[in-house]
Design a protein around this ligand. Structure first.
Ligand code: FE2
Ligand code: FE2
Length: 336
């Protein structure tokens, strides 16, 4: 079914799931002895099966395995690739500081290697670069001069739909979290010199276990939450506390230039929380199909015009709204 355009923007050309910091452990072990990370990843993948525009790719931005264990990579590969197979999506991995190059490369790529895990992929004209920012044996990140030269060479010719740069350590300042500056990416100014003026449309990162956004050399930087656990940023436990809540993934959308009537090509990064809280309102989704058949003016009338602000019966109001939608001229009734 082709979806109607409800506003100024058409559907994105690329819908890409961004998952980070799964921190899986072998044999059912728990992160910090308490957090069961595998069900959190399962829940994240489950969410991807229920999106209006399914993802064309799943990007995992590092710290796949908490202790770099071979069996943890096997579980990650099986879970993520099975979900991707169902969605018809590709999978792109990037390494993090908790990962082990040898185990990561042998299980995920079938080539055992201690070398930096830099890779270039292509997804229907979009270039995706996995950049290895790790320094084995440490939690902070750095790039070897050879990696910057390699990146410069890769970026020397633009890709048809531009480039996504995936790097575990985010190139930005953690304003609420000075402790994480100790484990940041070194040499950021030298990296900015490589990226400035290139076709990189977005940088996807992880590492921090909370979402934070910035720009770097004029490029948007999107740091995903972790699926394993979340850092505490306020209160007495800030910067050294971790809680088993607040986990999320994100959907990255890349639109073509001209979308919304502007020359720029918009990029968005939308957070999808893993939390399963009780629903306060549950619309009958099929009834929204009526919206597809309406004119823009009819949709505006139904959804934009203020309606009965004094109503206290929210549920009744919503259902009256849905009945109106079904009965609206040109609605064509509801569809299953
Ligand atoms: Fe991590
Ligand atoms: Fe990390």
């Amino acid at each position: 079914m082709t979806l109607a355009q409800f506003g100024q923007y058409p559907a994105a050309r690329f819908a890409i799931a961004h998952i980070s910091d799964t921190h899986l452990l072998a044999d059912g072990a728990r992160q910090f002895g308490a957090i069961d990370t595998e069900p959190h990843l399962r829940r994240a993948l489950e969410l991807l099966g229920d999106l209006e525009q399914p993802p064309q790719a799943i990007i995992v931005s590092g710290d796949v395995a908490d202790r770099g264990e071979v069996n943890a990579y096997r579980v990650a590969k099986q879970l993520v690739e099975t979900a991707a197979g169902r969605l018809g999506a590709r999978v792109f991995w990037t390494i993090g500081n908790h990962d082990d190059r040898r185990a990561y490369s042998s299980v995920l790529f079938g080539e055992e290697s201690e070398a930096p895990q830099d890779r270039v992929h292509e997804l229907d004209g979009l270039r995706i670069i996995s950049l290895d920012t790790t320094l084995p044996g440490h939690h902070h990140g750095e790039l070897e001069p050879g990696q910057r030269a390699w990146l410069k060479e890769v970026l020397s010719a633009p890709a048809r739909h531009g480039t996504l740069l995936v790097m575990h350590h985010p190139p930005l300042a953690m304003a609420l979290d000075r402790v994480s500056h100790v484990i940041e990416l070194d040499g950021q100014a030298a990296l900015a010199d490589v990226l400035r003026g290139s076709d990189v449309r977005a940088i996807l990162s992880g590492h921090l276990h909370y979402p934070i956004y910035s720009t770097f050399a004029g490029i948007p930087v999107f740091t995903a939450s972790a699926t394993c656990s979340t850092m505490v940023l306020a209160g007495p436990e800030r910067s050294y506390g971790v809680h088993d809540s607040g986990q999320a993934i994100a959907m990255l959308h890349l639109f073509d230039a001209g979308a919304g009537g502007m020359p720029e090509a918009p990029v968005t990064h939308t957070v999808l929380p893993l939390a399963q809280a009780p629903l306060v309102i549950a619309h009958r989704f099929a009834e929204f199909a009526a919206l597809e058949q309406m004119t823009h003016a009819q949709r505006r009338e139904l959804l934009s015009r203020h309606r009965d602000r004094d109503a206290t019966d929210d549920d009744g109001r919503v259902h009256a709204w849905l009945d109106d939608a079904a009965a609206a001229p040109g609605a064509g009734g509801t569809q299953a």
